[in-house]
Design a protein around this ligand. Structure first.
Ligand code: AMP
Ligand code: MG
Length: 413
């Protein structure tokens, strides 16, 4: 391929330039884990909504407890305030109202004496500790004030975010629709796992490694279809796929005689945006846009290339379509040993990360051939070796894009 190769950065920018946020939809909170909030959420009311007790005990007037440690104070119990059942009456001097944690503070009370500092005697309570006004009281709005922005647009809804939405009274979250993807896997040689292999046949591993990457990025996989290395069948499979938001083709995108994907896409009027990235593994990567607006990614069939190019180019698009920040967390690490590469192409080295004395240390996961799928096992990140060098020396700094959020944190010894 004596063609101009696109840099990784340019390829990503071209993808993002053709990507737009999908329309929002209401999502019930229980189904919203991992979804991306489409618009900021502000609290309509204070949380908590009323002054309440931080302890089980007695709501009192602090003045009635003066010197209670030295000289016991006796108050008459006039009512009870339980969680969800406020007291029916207010409180006057000389009175106490039994109160539970989270129960509404009765009118007139200005402090709570914890139950451990009291003794109940019939309808009286003996107070054994002096309190000051405000003690053991949680004020309305201490967590969130009415009008506060609780979550920003683009926030990923994890457990705490879902709890916060519930706390401010939202039963649904407004989120961009999840992008729908169809996968088309090409290759006469492919056999499903569980089936016997004939001569020259291999397992269709991309059908099992790449769609989960889409799901991890919030995508909805609508179909995973297989097609042999034949022009008409390839065209028919692609034509059927173009109704989805994103079409991922695996294999058949290189320059071989049996690579039918590009001609088939061309015949379907798919506009080629780039074909060929200065990247190892992943040079033949293709990106185009169909007249329907569908984004079409042609990923090289080699198992590592397919996964790496998906992570580098498709994942950011899926995130952007959901209104999420498409950038990936990067750290600087030092390479553990010399790493030799091919000059003229950037390389994405699969590495494990560990905390060293002076920062992160990256170690390649093993042989780095694009067919060595096991190099993806236990990989924490992709270390980027620049185009114009042929060796990264041990101890040299290298940028590493994390494959899993928080992955290096998990590898701290
Ligand atoms: P291609 O991009 O079609 O030239 O394929 C490049 C290499 O990847 C070849 O060795 C193929 O056998 C292999 N390959 C293609 N598709 C798959 C797949 N779905 N699963 C595993 N390996 C594949
Ligand atoms: Mg092929």
């Amino acid at each position: 391929m004596a063609r101009e190769l696109t840099t990784i950065e340019d390829a990503r920018m071209m993808v993002l330039a053709r990507t737009s946020v999908l329309e929002p939809e209401p999502v019930p909170l229980r189904e919203a884990l991992g979804r991306i909030l489409a618009a900021e959420v502000a609290a309509a009311d204070d949380v908590p909504g009323f002054d309440n007790s931080a302890m089980d005990g007695y709501a009192v007037l602090a003045a009635d407890t003066r010197d209670a440690a030295a000289e016991q104070r006796r108050l008459s119990i006039v009512d009870e305030s339980r969680a969800g059942h406020p007291a029916a009456v207010g409180l006057d001097a000389g009175e106490a109202i039994a109160i539970s944690t989270g129960a509404m503070l009765p009118a007139g009370a200005d402090a709570v004496v914890r139950v451990e500092d009291t003794a109940r005697e019939a309808d009286e309570v003996v107070i054994r500790a002096e309190v000051t006004a405000g003690d053991a009281i949680r004020r309305a709005g201490e967590d969130v004030r009415a009008g506060d922005v609780v979550l920003r647009a683009g926030a990923e809804l994890g457990a705490a975010e879902l709890g916060a939405l519930a706390a401010v009274g939202h039963g649904e979250a407004r989120c961009a629709r999840r992008p729908r993807l169809t996968f088309v896997l090409t290759g006469d040689e492919l056999v499903e796992p569980g089936q016997p292999l004939g001569p020259g046949q291999i397992r269709n591993s991309n059908a099992y490694s790449v769609p989960p990457l889409a799901q991890e990025a919030g995508g909805e996989v609508t179909a995973v279809t297989m097609v042999g290395d034949e022009r008409a069948a390839t065209r028919a499979a692609l034509e059927g796929a173009l109704g989805d938001d994103v079409v991922i083709v695996s294999g058949g995108v290189s320059v071989g005689e049996h690579d039918h994907v590009r001609p088939a896409l061309e015949s379907l009027a798919v506009e080629q945006v780039f074909w060929g990235v200065s990247l190892r593994p992943g040079k033949p990567t293709y990106f185009g846009v169909a007249p329907s607006g569908a984004l079409v990614f042609g990923l090289p069939g080699n198992p590592v290339s397919a996964m790496v190019t998906f992570l580098l180019f498709v994942r950011p698009a899926l995130l952007a379509m959901q209104g999420s920040d498409p950038s990936t967390a990067r750290i600087i690490a030092r390479l553990e040993a010399d790493y030799e590469k091919v000059r003229g192409r950037a390389e994405a080295i699969r590495v494990c990360l560990r905390a060293g004395d002076g920062g992160w240390v990256a170690t390649p996961t093993g042989p780095q051939g694009s067919h060595v799928l096991t190099s993806m096992l236990a990989a924490d990140g992709l270390a980027f070796a620049p185009t114009e060098i042929d060796v990264v020396r041990a101890g040299e700094s290298i940028e590493v894009e994390l494959l899993r959020p928080g992955s290096p944190v998990a590898s701290i010894p």
